[in-house]
Design a protein around this ligand. Structure first.
Ligand SMILES: Cc1cc2nc3c(=O)[nH]c(=O)nc-3n(C[C@H](O)[C@H](O)[C@H](O)COP(=O)(O)OP(=O)(O)OC[C@H]3O[C@@H](n4cnc5c(N)ncnc54)[C@H](O)[C@@H]3O)c2cc1C
Length: 277
């Protein structure tokens, strides 16, 4: 049970949601946007957040659609991970979503909640970082489209009250060759010890990671080693690990040395497989 009272709103437009957020803030009610609610409910039950109001974004059509229009795939922020997988519109994002929690939970978790939440892994960001996607956000000056690589820095960087409306990906990226590998400590369904997502575009491999450091990331330096034809694969991997060594995570999922070991094996296979296509 949530041990305090809060108000519930379900606006129908982005503007209405943003205005509500501001009005409720001015009244001191500490509003939060609400996607699937899994994190909000869990944190409220544990008394880790105390919101006075939730603004459910699932009443906003733009946040709920997943469709291809003019060769661009639009994914609303309130689209669930299971909808993304079942749509088969973006196989790499679908596979990433299918490895987050179990199927029942995937039917609740939204992509907006995964990107904006506090849990550090934010695995759905990996395909978006690789595929030059765009985030559409609504705030003080109305709607703005921002390259995902600019607005995502360890987490989605939104201004106060700004709402993530949807993500746009050029259709051409959705059919590129890709690899997705998620390694967990014990069970198949768990937080990642290491998740690697990679694509090949214009003969260049792009790669992004979650679980390896304190936040998900794509590194152009790492990609420059991978795509350097003067290096053999052993040299590539050693340079990558050297560049990361100080920031590799050590926690309950695994020590930093173990993560390095898993990274080495996973990268070796990833490079080998994408080199062939
Ligand atoms: C059992 C379980 C296992 C999990 N395993 C993994 C995992 O392996 N890998 C991984 O990456 N994640 C994992 N997660 C994390 C999960 O994806 C996040 O907790 C995510 O926040 C849940 O989505 P939600 O829609 O329920 O979010 P909500 O609880 O609705 O919201 C989370 C946060 O996002 C904000 N928010 C939501 N929508 C918007 C929006 N449109 N605009 C602005 N802010 C918004 C909310 O205000 C809130 O602060 C797991 C979660 C659970 C419950």
């Amino acid at each position: 049970m949530i041990p305090f009272k809060f108000e519930y709103y379900k606006p129908e437009t982005l503007e209405e949601a943003f205005d509500l957020f501001n009005d409720l803030s001015l009244q001191g009610k500490v509003p939060v946007y609400y996607g699937g609610g899994t994190e909000i409910i869990t944190m409220a039950r544990a008394n880790n957040i105390h919101m006075g109001a939730v603004i459910d974004v699932k009443g906003i059509t733009e946040c709920c659609n997943i469709e291809v229009r003019d060769n661009r795939l639009e994914i609303g922020s309130a689209v669930t991970l299971s909808q993304i997988t079942e749509s088969k519109l973006f196989p790499l994002l679908g596979q990433t979503s299918a490895r987050i929690a179990d199927h029942t939970v995937q039917c609740k978790l939204t992509i907006g909640g995964n990107l904006c939440g506090t849990i550090i892994y934010r695995e759905t960001s990996l395909p978006l970082l690789l595929c030059d996607s765009t985030a559409v956000v609504f705030g003080r000056n109305g709607k703005r489209e921002v390259p995902f690589n600019q607005i995502f820095n360890e987490k989605l960087v939104l201004e106060p009250g700004e709402i993530l409306a949807c993500i746009i990906v050029d259709s051409e990226y959705c059919s590129l060759p890709y690899i997705h590998v998620k390694k967990t400590k014990n069970e198949k369904i768990a937080y990642p010890l290491l998740t690697v997502a990679a694509i090949k575009k214009d003969n260049q491999i792009r790669v992004a990671f979650s679980g390896l450091c304190r936040f998900p990331f794509r590194s152009l330096e790492i990609e420059s080693y991978i795509n350097d034809n003067t290096l053999n694969n052993k040299e590539k991997i050693s340079k990558i690990i050297g560049s990361l060594s100080d920031s590799i995570l050590s926690d309950i999922e695994g020590s930093s040395n173990y993560r390095k070991f898993v990274l080495e094996k996973t990268l070796k296979n990833t490079i080998k497989m994408l080199e062939k296509v």
